[in-house]
Every structure is written in structure tokens, then in C-alpha cells.
Design a protein around this ligand. Structure first.
Ligand code: SF4
Length: 449
């Protein structure tokens, strides 16, 4: 039996796919190259943006077309946040889907896939197919752990390690508390065991994942907060780089800043979601930080860690965003000079506070113009930051060979900037020193010294 997993969305979803791959392989499945030779296709969905959800339906249409053209009909599982949110409605809308696996039920996937194969031979109702896999995330479900060593790390260089599942913040635009449930911390001992297993399997970099990583408090060690966890991971022999996503500005303590500054394995890059540069918009978003607090925090981080790179997430056109409020976001981007931003046009997400109480009233043309302006400004800033690196030498962890040129590889600096340079595929996983020769807005080019 062969499986194929397609993943949309965030690093958390990428890691969930690694976990499902590990479970399926331990149940006897082998990876397939694509749908055409897979017995089981898993679509791991994201519902943070409307567009990500649309992808699921176009993907299902593609699988249906393949079945009609070739007679090959793999078992189809929908996993992830859309699965959790939509549940049985998905099965009513598409007869291509055999099973729906909610975010809290990944461990059931091999069993549900086996059931689905049996169901194929029987006349099973849509409702029966739906029910097994969905759990009500509003009820406590305190099982964030996952069998140690079972995740199949797709990346040869880095390993994702979940430290927190779920979120209690209920930002007005966000589906996460509804799809991943309330916040649950993993035990420190379990996280460190995962980190050691990742290092033993050859991974150089560990990425700690959680909806609000810096809210971490170890359930098995009352003295260990997120800064303490960073220190413990830093002390695991063989860990050479540590990244984390994502911290919340309101929990960014002096201890955390000092940990990033002082711990040698912790990369000098912080992804610090701001979402808007306008305090009234942030209040409507229920973000619990202000423009002033964010700018103060950036100043403190930069004073303590001069070589730090900061990136962020921005939502454009949140309900009620006036032209003046949008200009505040533009000016914040201009002032902070992020190394990278992820900007999105606001779209209504089911169940969220904004969907119930705030009309999506920023006209589409204004959202489009504003996001274009922000992205153009950011492109100019990135180009300037990158041009300032030309002539300098940087340490790069090689993480991939080029898709387009077989004599080229790429990697990342500690600040998370992508650098391309001539090299061999067997350099993947090595640290090299690269002299930067050329800069573009999205990456750098250089030569190994
Ligand atoms: S902090 Fe806000 S944006 Fe982040 S996951 Fe929680 S609710 Fe969503």
C-alpha cells in the first residue's frame, strides 16, 4: 500500500503531515510519488485563509478527473483545519472523500483508512463515514503528545518539534482556537526526547512550534518557561540551530530577548506577528498589544541584539480599517524594516468573532491597492537590506539543492535570509561560509569562501 500526502498552510500542518506519514509507514504503507500510484491520498488542509480552503475543492476535482480518465480511485482522506471545521459537510459536498480526520484525531488515520477500504465494498452512508474522526474542540482534549520518533521528518536538515497545541487567545479574525482547540503544553521531558531523536537522526536544526510559543510553561517543571526551554534545547548535544514560531508580542519578555541573544544555537531571527500598525485596529482584532508596545519591543530587541532580523504577519483590510489606519500599518512597516513580511487580505473565517460581529466592509479594490503598496514597500526594503550584505561573509546552513540548476545549492543565514551559491548536493546539512556577491529582493547570491 502506498500513500501520498499533500499539505497546505503553516509549519504546524507540515509537521502534522510528517506525523501522519510516520504513522502510515509504521502501519506498512510506503510513500508514493503522486496520486497516480497512491492507494491513499491525504489532503492536509488549512482554513486560515479563504484561498487555502478553495485549494481543497480544486484538488478533489483533480482526483475525480484522474479517476474518470484512468479508472484509478485512491482512498481520499481530508485532514487538518478544514476537516475539523467542516466535518460531515465535506462528505455531503464531495463524493470523492472517503474519510475526514480532525486535527485532534491524527492518530486514528491508519485505522480509518483501513475502515474506508472496507466501506468501499459496502453501501455506507455519508453520516457514518463522517463521524468517527471529528472531535469537538470545545471539550478538553489534553493529549498533545505523539508517539516518540514516529514523525517522518521530511526535511533532511531541520526537524519540527511541537511544544504547544491550540490557543486560548481568540483573536477576532482567527480560526485556530476553533480548529485546534484550547492551549495544551507538552511536557519538557517529552520535547527534549524529541529533540534528541531529531539530532540522532542527523538533523542540525530544530524548529519549536506552537500558536504562541512564548506562552510555554512546562507542565513537568514549574521553573521552566519558554526561555528556559530554549536553554534546555540549546544544551542538547548536537543541536546547532534553534528557530521557533510564533511568539506573541505581549509575551516577549526580557528573559526571552536575553535567551535569543545569549544562547549560541538560537538563531538571530524572530518572527513577531504584528497584524496591524494601528492601535484601534489591533483593539478590534483583540490582539492585546498596541502599535506603541510593538515599536517599543522592537527597539528593545534591536538594542540588545543588534544583528537580529525581524519578520512579521500583516492583515490588510480588517473590518473598519480606514485609510488613516492602513497608513499606520504602512508607516510601521517603513519604520521597522522587517527582513520579510507575510501579508494577506482579510477574509471572513467561519465561527470567528469578526465573522459574527464585524461586517467585511473594506471594499475589495481598496484591499488590493493597500496590499500592493505594502508589498512594494517591503520589496524595496528587502532589496536595500540585501544590498547592504554584498561584500560581507555569512555563515550558511545548506538546506537544499537548486530545483533549476544542478550545480547550485541554497541555505539560510542565522537571520533566515536565503543564500544561493555553486555547490554540491552532498553539502546539504553542512555549514559553509559564503561571500555575498549579488543581492535580489528575495535572496542573495555568493560563493563559498
Ligand atoms: S494568538 Fe490569535 S492569531 Fe495566534 S493562533 Fe491564537 S487566536 Fe490565532
Amino acid at each position: 500500500m502506498k500513500y501520498f500526502i499533500e499539505t497546505y498552510g503553516c509549519q504546524m500542518n507540515v509537521h502534522d503531515s510528517e506525523r501522519m506519514a510516520g504513522l502510515l509507514e509504521s502501519s506498512g504503507y510506503e510513500p508514493a510519488a503522486g496520486d497516480a500510484d497512491a492507494d491513499l491520498v491525504v489532503i492536509n488542509t488549512c482554513s486560515v485563509r479563504e484561498k487555502a480552503e478553495e485549494k481543497l475543492h480544486s484538488r478533489l476535482g483533480h482526483i475525480k478527473g484522474m479517476g474518470r480518465a484512468t479508472g484509478h480511485f485512491p482512498v481520499v482522506a481530508v485532514a487538518g483545519c478544514v476537516a475539523q471545521q467542516e466535518g460531515s459537510r465535506l462528505l455531503e459536498r464531495s463524493n470523492v472523500i472517503d474519510l475526514v480526520v480532525g486535527t485532534q484525531r491524527l492518530k486514528m488515520l491508519p485505522m480509518l483508512a483501513a475502515q474506508a477500504r472496507v466501506q468501499r465494498q459496502q453501501d455506507v452512508s455519508t453520516a457514518t463515514r463522517a463521524l468517527a474522526a471529528i472531535v469537538d474542540v470545545s471539550t478538553p482534549y489534553d493529549e498533545p503528545s505523539f508517539p516518540l520518533g514516529l514523525a517522518r521528518h521530511a526535511d533532511a536538515v531541520k526537524a519540527y518539534v511541537t511544544i504547544i497545541e491550540g490557543c486560548n487567545d481568540y483573536c477576532a479574525f482567527c480560526v485556530v482556537p476553533y480548529t485546534r482547540g484550547h492551549e495544551r503544553m507538552r511536557a519538557k521531558a517529552e520535547i527534549l526526547a524529541d529533540v534528541r531523536a531529531a539530532v540522532e537522526s542527523g538533523r542540525r536544526e530544530v524548529q519549536l512550534l506552537g500558536q504562541i510559543v512564548n506562552h510555554y510553561q512546562a507542565p513537568d517543571d514549574p521553573h521552566c518557561d519558554f526561555a528556559g526551554l530554549l536553554e534546555a534545547v540549546n544544551n542538547v548535544a548536537g543541536v546547532q540551530r534553534i528557530r521557533f514560531a510564533s511568539p506573541h508580542p505581549r509575551h516577549a519578555s526580557a528573559r526571552l530577548i536575553a535567551a535569543v541573544r545569549d544562547l549560541p544555537a538560537v538563531c538571530k531571527h524572530i518572527h513577531l506577528p504584528v497584524q496591524s500598525g494601528s492601535t484601534p485596529v489591533l483593539q478590534r482584532m483583540r490582539r492585546r498589544h498596541t502599535r506603541e508596545h510593538y515599536l517599543d519591543l522592537v527597539a528593545k530587541i534591536r538594542a540588545d541584539i543588534p544583528n537580529i532580523q525581524l519578520s512579521t504577519d500583516i492583515i490588510i483590510g480588517f473590518p473598519g480599517e480606514s485609510e488613516a489606519e492602513y497608513q499606520e500599518t504602512l508607516s510601521l512597516v517603513d519604520a521597522v524594516r522587517f527582513s520579510c513580511i507575510f501579508s494577506f487580505k482579510y477574509s471572513v473565517r467561519p465561527n470567528t468573532l469578526a465573522s459574527k460581529k464585524m461586517p467585511d466592509d473594506v471594499v475589495a479594490d481598496d484591499k488590493t491597492r493597500r496590499i500592493r503598496e505594502i508589498q512594494l514597500l517591503q520589496r524595496r526594503i528587502q532589496l536595500e537590506l540585501h544590498e547592504a550584505m554584498v561584500g560581507h561573509r555569512v555563515e550558511v546552513l545548506v538546506d537544499a539543492r537548486s530545483q533549476r540548476r544542478d550545480w547550485e545549492v541554497s541555505g539560510r543565514t542565522t537571520g533566515n535570509t536565503v543564500v544561493n551559491f555553486p555547490g554540491h548536493a552532498d553539502w546539504v546539512g553542512r555549514f559553509v561560509e559564503v561571500a555575498i556577491r549579488r543581492a535580489g529582493p528575495y535572496s542573495l547570491w555568493g560563493e563559498v569562501v
